[in-house]
Structures are given as C-alpha cells and as structure tokens.
Design a protein around this ligand. Sequence first.
Ligand code: XMP
Length: 518
Amino acid sequence: MSDFTHEKLLVIDFGGQYNQLVARRVRECHVYCEIYSYRTPIEQIRQMNPKGIILTGGPDSVYAEGAATCSPELFELGVPVLGLCYGAQLMMQVLGGEVTRAPEREYGKTEVLIDKPSSPLYTGIDSPTVCWMSHNDYIARAAEGFEITAHTRNCPVASAENPAKQLYAIQFHPEVLHTEHGFEMLQHFVLDVCGCSGDWRMDDFADRTIAALKNKIGDGKVLCALSGGVDSSVAAVLLSKAVGKNLTCVFVDHGLLRKNEGDLVEGVFGDNGIYDLNFIRVNAQERFYIKLAGVDEPERKRKIIGEEFIRVFEEEAKKIGRVDYLVQGTIYPDVVESGLGGESVTIKSHHNVGGLPDYVDFKEIIEPLRDLFKDEVRALGLHLGIPEKLIMRQPFPGPGLGIRIIGDITAEKVHMVQEADAIFREEMERAGINKEASQYYAALTNMRSVGVMGDERTYDYAIALRSVNTVDFMTADVTEIPYDVLKTVMTRIINEVEHVNRVFYDITSKPPATIEME
Ligand code: XMP
C-alpha cells in the first residue's frame, strides 16, 4: 500500500544490526521512512524525493576491498544526510576525510564530550552525555568543510557536521536506548534539520488505507486467514471496514491454541462480534492430532501443522467459491527480514512474504500492513477499536502449543499445557508482572519422573515455565519473577493439573537458548 504520497525519509542500510531500530525511531518521530539497501541506484533515491537520508552502521571497514559504499552524489542531492557509525565513516571517506583502525576499540556506554553545543543535533543536551559506541575503526581526520562537534577520550571525532551542506556524521548509535539522549538527537535531525512536519499518524493511515482498499476492491470478494494474532486481526478489521460482508475470514482452530483462545477470537469476529464480515470457524483439532500422532521431531511437527493448515484453508476457500483477493498480515519487519527491503541477512524465512500461494485461485494478494512496524500495527488496532486483549497479546507462534510440547503431541498433553499456561498467566496478571514480561508461557517437557502425592507414588510430567524480557526478541533475559509468585504457580499447577508432578522455571537467556523451548 505504498501508493500514497507522504513526506519520507530514507534509511540506507549497510548491514548494521540496528538498521530496523533506526527506522523505527524515525517513525516514532511521526515521520514515515523506508529502508533500502546501499546498492539502490542513486537515480532511484533521487526519484523518491526524500526529505532526508540516514546511513546506518555496518559490519565492514570502509577501507576494505569490496566494502559497502555509496555514490558521492548521495551527498549532493541537496537533502540532509546523517551518517551513523559505519555511515559516518563512509561519509568522511567518500568526501576526502580519513578513516583508520582505532588504536583503542570502543564498545559500550561511553562518555561523549560535546564541543559544539550549538549543533542542531545537540539542542538542549548537556555535555558530557552517555552514548553507545561499537566500533573498531574511527574517523582519524574529518573531511574538508566539516567541524568536529563532539569527541570521546579515545575517539577524536565522535561527531562532525558540515552545516552548509546539511551533512552530519555520528560515530555512536543514537538509535539504541543506551544512548541517553539518542532519541532527541534523531528527533532534532528528522524534525529540525530535515524540516519534517511529523504528521505520520495511525488515524490518518487508517482513513487513507480504508479508502484506497474500497477503491481498489470495489465489489470483489476477499478472503483472509485469521489467526487472532495482532497482525491478521488488524488486517481483517481494515478490510472489513472497507468491504464489509465481501470479506470472509477463516479461523482454523488447530487444537493447539491457548485455553479459551478460540472462543475469544470468535467472540470478537464471529456473528455476535463487533465487525461486519463473514466469519468461519473451523474446528479442525482432530485432523491435526491424527496427523501429528507419534511425531516428535520439532521441524516435522512444524511442517505438518503448516501443511495441514493450508489444506483446511483450501477446503474452506473452495466452499466459498469466488475469491478475488487474499489478505495477509505481512508487516514491515517481515519484508525487511526477507531481504526485500534492506541489507540484512535472512534471519527467519517467512512463509507470508514474496510468492503467492498456489492453493487458492485469486487475482492478487493484499497486504495492508506491509509498511508498518509492530508498534504501529498495535496503535492502528487500538485506533480501529479492536479490544486491547487482542492487540496487546504476547507473540504466539503459528504452530502454537505444538512447539511447546516437547516430543509427540496428544490431546491429553495439549490439555495439560493449556491448563498450566492459563494458571501461569493468571498469576502473572495477579502479581502485576504481566506487562513487564515480554513473553511468558508454560511448556510441557517430555520428562517424567517419580514423585509422591498423597500417599501415592506418581510417575508424571514436568511443566517448564518460561518468561523473558526483551525489546526485539533477538536477545532476551529471564524475567525475575518473585519466588512467592513462582511458588503459587507451582502449587496451583500441581494441584489443578493432572499428571504433572514437577514445575521448573527456565532461567536461560537468549542466546544461548531461544525463547521457545523446542
Ligand atoms: P525464538 O524461540 O526463536 O522465538 O527465540 C522468537 C520469537 O518468535 C516466536 N516463534 C515463532 N513464531 N512460528 C512463529 O510464527 C514459529 O515457528 C516460531 N518459533 C518461535 C516466539 O514465540 C518468539 O516470540
């Protein structure tokens, strides 16, 4: 849905690990931006008519052979450019400065001394200020026309600028939260230097998108696979507001949802719900359990669940008859992580980006959230009046409880993990820790051991609890849940869930572990 015109910043990606974060911060300034690879031709960049350009960090050394680079014309477009870390070094090198290996590598929180308090980027920020550094090379000599605006103990050019040409270079990372006033610096660049108005708002986006969808679809028939997750829910509501009953949402209950989740989704989207659309719930639990019987290898389970899902969905689509458009809840990080936007290596393969599924006959795929970050999708969802319960939901994997049950899956095990998980969630909410933890759940280990309950010997399962705090889900730390809360959860699980005689709390960070246990 990039067919609207809006003031835009470009984030040019040199492969740095924080590239999406840079873009998100710009969006947080209420300015629209897009990420492009450094390989993007200069002509294309010019045609996009950006209000400003940000060059991200990257893993190379600017002086290494074959290093990522950019055209000198990038600095002659007449629009402000901000280089961050590698981007800053590249700007200097391309414009005639000097970048060398730093005698002292800087990593971590570093005190930055501001030499030019009147720099537009440092308005209202006192010196010294703590910033996040991560570099082996440094700018040994700034390019001609640049003035050094800050330094550190080990780094003579922590930032520099050429105000006449509106070029700014920052060695540290203002986009990460460890940089105390980083967001303000970015805001100064985006709003003050680039002169953006900061009017990118989700209410506006909603109105425009709904109108565009109406216009495009007309009387066409639209089909959406609704999981009840944040992205597919918001996508479905946008479509419902655009085409009403010409939208059919198919919700497949694969029997691997959390306790009562199917009813929650049906309550919101079903016939007694709050939206104008056709809702079909398929209770396909049995089919999935049969296909999964005896399978204990995680990747196999994922595959079976995915394939069976497609089969069920296909059957429903055939019953509906004509389908013109298929809706998918693809969001911007999916696009970028699939290697379509920026420069990042593919971290996860996303089934929902790129190719068109061939199992339903339709004209076109519609991805109304393709330009949005997760927090923007949430803001949009709240604006559209979707219940907070759905919008603020924690991430839940597509294969659901299937990958929270180690080993083979049975209806009985699903029941155990659903009950234990419901208890854990209830107690986390009661203790008020639920908003602090990013994701938490109960999993069923495949371990059985001897226990004693009443006067009887048991040989039952161990439940593992997992709770992590994370910003980006790429790294995570264990949530420090108070002992009394853990003990309450343990007691309740043992008492209320049959065939469980032990409860573990997984305290491993990611890395080395992942968030999910399988
Ligand atoms: P890991 O375990 O890789 O999880 O640290 C990171 C985030 O991704 C979710 N996740 C999945 N989501 N299908 C999904 O749709 C999957 O197979 C899957 N595996 C993990 C997980 O819940 C966490 O938020």
